[in-house]
Ligand binder design. Structure first.
Ligand code: ZN
Length: 284
């Protein structure tokens, strides 16, 4: 299944059309897009998808899309999960995951502007984002995927100046400014892709390719991450996990190259789609 947040309402995407879940179910299912992240609703959603005639619903319009998971309880982000990114940052390959938080208010949707004010070191990071589909603790790795309700693209937008400000380097605030967490354009269930552990992903800035990798390059794969994280924290429905970014970030370019006013960042993940956001400097 493919889900979209269309003008704040939960929709199923069928044949390029947006089927309003609450309307199509006669009010039996919620209109809140958060409901699509809850695996408890998926049997009913599959039944609905099999039952409706998409032709009678409007075409999905990119301009109407909001973030597929607009109000995550928590957002856990991997600091280093690709060798290429560890190498370009001059850091050792981790033997256990390193994580930081992104605050939930950073979430924005496809097409949203990302305001950077007068910041001069704002950077992009393409990431596969997982939506947690059921409350869990102590998940066994072989069972991990059964706890994930959705996959989407995410941009872990980062203010490198704040991220690396001495003497205490703290990543979370630098990655949590308003609109520093674009996700979308839509969210798919993991069964929508033939190989959920090997998805091509990439990032372009104004059409120029900056990042290109596959999720099979992960240092810690999705199963390992879910098991490792849930040893320590309870994962809840609608939590998001940003799984880390591959090499090619602007901070590691020679010379370092950060995002400027008017640039459009396009993130693409195989099977999910393209997430576009424009960078906007100045007051506002
Ligand atoms: Zn990141």
């Amino acid at each position: 299944m493919r889900f979209a947040n269309v003008s704040g309402r939960a929709c199923l995407v069928l044949d390029g059309r947006a089927v309003d879940i609450a309307e199509a179910s006669g009010g039996a299912l919620s209109s809140d897009p958060m409901m699509t992240a809850d695996l408890a609703n998926h049997a009913a959603l599959r039944a609905l998808a099999a039952d409706v005639d998409p032709a009678s619903w409007p075409a999905l319009r990119e301009a109407d899309l909001g973030p597929p998971v607009p109000h995550p309880g928590k957002i856990i982000a991997l600091a280093l999960n690709y060798r290429t990114h560890a190498e370009e940052a001059g850091l050792a390959i981790p033997t256990e995951p390193h994580v930081m938080a992104k605050f939930p208010t950073c979430i924005c949707g496809p097409g949203a502007d990302v305001p950077i004010g007068d910041l001069e070191m704002v950077d992009y990071e393409v990431e596969l984002v997982l939506a947690v589909g059921r409350r869990c603790k102590g998940v066994a790795a072989p069972d991990a995927w059964s706890h994930i309700s959705g996959l989407t693209c995410g941009n872990d937008v980062s203010d490198r100046n704040e991220q690396f400000r001495p003497p205490v380097r703290q990543f979370s605030l630098a990655k949590s400014y308003d609109a520093f967490g674009p996700i979308g354009p839509t969210m798919i269930t993991p069964d929508e892709v033939p190989n959920r552990d090997d998805l091509a992903l990439g990032c372009r800035v104004d059409g120029e390719v900056r990042q290109q990798a596959r999720t099979s390059d992960f240092i810690f794969d999705v199963s390992y991450l879910m098991a490792w994280l849930s040893r320590y924290v309870t994962l809840e429905v609608g939590d998001l996990i940003f799984t880390g970014t591959p090499g090619g970030v602007g901070d590691s370019m020679d010379p370092p190259t950060y995002l400027r006013h008017g640039q459009v960042v396009e993130l693409e993940i195989e099977g999910i789609g393209t997430l576009r956001n424009r960078i906007v400097a100045g007051e506002g």
